[in-house]
Design a binder for this molecule. Sequence first.
Ligand SMILES: [Zn+2]
Length: 121
Amino acid sequence: MAEYDLVCDSCSQTCDPLDAVVTWTADGDSESDFALTHAAHAPTSGPSRIEARRLIWPNEFLAFVNARFGKRIADPEPLRAIVAALAPFVMRHDNAAEVDGMRAASFGAIPGVKPGTENGK
Ligand SMILES: [Zn+2]
C-alpha cells in the first residue's frame, strides 16, 4: 500500500480516487456518518454523496471543507480522516500542468497569464 493510497471504509482495500465516493448523512444542521468508500460499496439510499474525483480538485475540495464549517458534527474523526486522506491528491505535484491550471482557475486567474497583466480589464 503506497503512502497516499485511499482506503475504503467499507472493505478496507485501497481505492482509486476515480472509483471513490464520500458519503454522509445530513439532518438539518447536523451531519454524521462520514465515509470514503468504493462507489460500489457506498450506501445506496439516503446519504449525501460526492465523488472523490471531484473532491481532489482544489476548488471542489475547498468548497467541501468550507461547507462543513457551521455544521454540527458529533463525531468529526471520520471527516478529519477523509480530509487528510484527500489533501495529498489535491496538492500532488506529479501533474504540474493540470494542477496549475485547476489551481489558477480555482482562484479566478488564467493559467500562464501573470496576474495583473491582462490588458483591457
Ligand atoms: Zn470498498
